[in-house]
Ligand binder design. Structure first.
Ligand SMILES: Cc1ncc(COP(=O)(O)O)c(C=O)c1O
Length: 394
């Protein structure tokens, strides 16, 4: 299937489907007529293989309690091994209704109220909320921003860890919204700092399959031949990979026995072990048969990114784009053109776009906006057209 056939078959209008992204604009942005490019899901139907397996499950008609079958673990492990060199053992895997839920659990299990948790900003805003809502101290360290290419500031990070007696680091890999796919060396350096100071690492790898450039995604658990496994927990899901976030199913992978025991002790007080049948069905089908769909959707996202880059570099060269090595979330720095205080007026009222504002990801990112490129190219073209037109008027 070529790209145009894929778009014809899978791109959908989502208005009128109770979609958070499209139908909630009036509530979120006080304007229902914007082009929606915020929240991280795609405007494409999931793979027909996933839909077929869900239909077949629905047609059975019984939705009683189920357990996770052995072949689920097998298919999950195969995917992880084939794509990311990280075979998973069944005993390591636990489930949650989402990564954000799991992050909240992790904070409660492995830290005490008042203790410090670290994040590297700009970063996915529920990380901030999870720390604050659980009455832990939020420690933020900015990534180094080199013309849109973000790197970890190791020195500042280590200093912040020591000064705040940090207990937990919530890592985002690949990084939303910086777009970075961390190299093994980068991961080794940060994981080593954490280990040295006894900081447990929660590695949120939800974007692991959305890789656009030639950098390979490395799971934290295989860095330096698994050297840091006794000090980390991996969170992953097929929800970004196959656009099935609404099914609320994700993985918590804990290969270290001691960490796993602490998890199990806590979780029996708040969560049952059974999972959502549809989440299991869809994820299993995706990992077994979704490869081609993923390849196609990545091609659309890559082309969308290339389009934005080419157009903006040509017609509004002062806009600084993040390097989109991974994720479908492009971070744009508009500060060469607009006063950061006027970002909302510019991007929403003039350009007519619903986006995620930079300051949601960290205090120092006013004047940045995050654009979701997992959409029909027609919306990307319209968004870029509007941005260029409004910049040229300035
Ligand atoms: C880094 C990151 N983690 C977690 C999530 C959400 O995960 P879930 O829906 O499973 O809570 C997102 C969604 O955008 C994300 O970007």
């Amino acid at each position: 299937m070529n790209k145009n056939e894929f778009i014809k078959k899978y791109a959908v209008e989502r208005n009128g489907t109770d979609s958070l992204k499209w139908d909630d604009l009036e509530v979120r942005y006080k304007d229902k007529d914007l082009i929606s490019m915020w929240v991280a899901d795609m405007d494409f139907k999931t793979s027909e293989k996933i839909i077929e397996s869900m239909i077949s499950r629905v047609n059975h008609g019984v939705f009683g309690y189920s357990y996770v079958p052995d072949n689920y673990y097998q298919v999950f492990s195969n995917w992880m091994e084939n794509h990311h060199n990280f075979p998973i053992q069944k005993e390591w895997v636990r489930f949650s209704t989402g990564i954000v839920t799991a992050i909240n659990w992790m904070i409660n299990i492995y830290t005490n109220p008042g203790e410090s948790c670290l994040i590297l900003t700009p970063v996915y805003y529920p990380f901030h909320n999870a720390v604050k809502n659980n009455n832990r101290k939020l420690v933020t360290v900015d990534l180094k921003n080199n013309d849109g290419y973000f790197n970890i500031d190791y020195e500042a990070t280590e200093k912040a860890i020591i000064e705040n007696n940090v207990k937990l680091f919530i890592q985002c890999s690949p990084h939303n919204p910086a777009g970075r796919v961390w190299t093994e060396k980068e991961l080794d350096t940060i994981l080593n700092i954490c280990k040295k100071h006894d900081v447990l690492v929660i590695s949120d790898e939800i974007h692991q399959d959305i890789i656009l450039g030639d950098k390979k995604f490395i799971p934290a658990a295989i860095v330096s031949e698994g050297k840091y496994r006794d000090n980390l927990i991996t969170l992953s899901s097929a929800s970004k990979t196959f656009n099935i976030a609404g099914l609320l199913h994700s993985h918590i992978v804990i290969s270290d026995e001691n960490l796993r025991c602490r998890y199990d002790e806590y979780i029996k007080k708040i969560n049952q072990t059974e999972t959502n049948i549809m989440g299991i069905t869809a994820t299993q089908a995706g990992y077994a048969y979704g490869e081609e769909w993923l390849r196609n959707v990545l091609e659309v996202i890559r082309d969308n990114y290339e389009y934005v880059k080419t157009e903006l570099n040509d017609k509004a060269p002062g806009v600084i784009l993040s390097a989109l090595e991974g994720t479908y979330l492009l971070f744009l720095d508009l500060r060469n053109y607009i006063d950061p205080e006027n970002t909302k007026e510019f991007i929403q009222d003039q350009c007519r776009l619903a986006i995620d504002f930079g300051e949601w990801f960290g205090d120092n990112y006013k004047g940045f906006v995050r654009l979701n490129l997992a959409t029909n190219p027609k919306y990307v073209q319209k968004a870029v057209f509007n941005i260029v037109k409004e910049i040229q008027k300035l």
